[in-house]
Ligand binder design. Structure first.
Ligand SMILES: Cc1cc2nc3c(=O)[nH]c(=O)nc-3n(C[C@H](O)[C@H](O)[C@H](O)COP(=O)(O)O)c2cc1C
Length: 221
């Protein structure tokens, strides 16, 4: 797979085959991604690979948190508190396309909630990764993290795997840290569901689009 194919063919995969991923394959992906750049080569990434019983316990805890109405308490604010254009419309379109693929009507609050809850089951993926960063690291290191996580997603494709980055699972960092025994001095950035894609599932058969280069580029010559 060449780099262009790896980048343009990636999509957020939200349905997976019931097929485990061998530890050696996961290791290989991380072994590739560790060559991502980072400011002053600080390599701020810390990764938890979660499968099997631990994943099952985590899912239980997430769903219980939701059902008891536990208030999300993320370690950072991902989205703006007030949405402005063009981001507001893009976000709206993104949600609508997902619901359309799942054949969920706009008014169907119950099924929308179920679709959201699917995040906390990692969309049925056999594997979930969690990305942490030391609290002492500043905003620059978050750039490094983004590069690393994209590298993980692309390296996974080389192995026939797909993934879905998940800020949703960072809504309850306390329970993730507790269950995984991660000290409180690490921030949870996001999760990443990963596995072999169920390519026949409708949720994997729509694609988001992107603005053309002209839209976001200024040329100076
Ligand atoms: C940091 C990050 C967090 C995300 N969190 C979620 C999430 O919690 N749930 C979800 O379904 N998709 C999540 N996404 C996926 C985005 O919705 C998706 O990347 C975007 O719509 C573009 O679609 P594509 O990934 O299929 O190209 C996240 C993406 C990123 C980069």
């Amino acid at each position: 797979m060449n780099v262009e194919e790896a980048i343009t063919g990636r999509y957020s995969c939200r349905a997976y085959l019931d097929r485990p991923v061998e530890r050696e394959v996961i290791r290989k992906i991380l072994d590739t991604a560790r060559w991502s750049p980072s400011g002053a080569n600080t390599q701020p990434w810390q990764v938890a690979v979660v499968q099997g019983d631990t994943k099952a316990r985590l899912i239980e805890r997430f769903l219980a948190a939701m059902q008891t109405g536990e208030k999300p308490a993320p370690d950072y604010q991902y989205y703006p508190k007030e949405w402005v254009e063009p981001y507001k419309s893009r976000r709206f379109q993104c949600g609508m396309a997902l619901y359309e693929a799942l054949r969920i009507e706009r008014e169907d609050k119950e099924r929308r909630l179920q679709a959201w809850q699917d995040n906390y089951r990692f969309f049925g993926a056999p594997l979930a990764l969690f990305f942490f960063i030391d609290r002492t690291m500043e905003i620059g290191a978050w750039l490094d993290m983004g590069m690393f996580i994209q590298s993980v997603m692309l390296a996974a494709r080389e192995q026939g795997l797909e993934s879905c980055p998940q800020a949703s699972v960072a809504d309850y960092p306390g329970l993730v840290r507790e269950l995984l025994g991660i000290p409180d001095d690490r921030r949870l950035l996001c999760g990443l569901a990963m596995g072999y894609p169920d390519t026949g599932h409708p949720v994997n058969n729509y694609r988001t689009d992107r603005d053309p280069v002209e839209q976001f580029t200024r040329w100076y010559e």
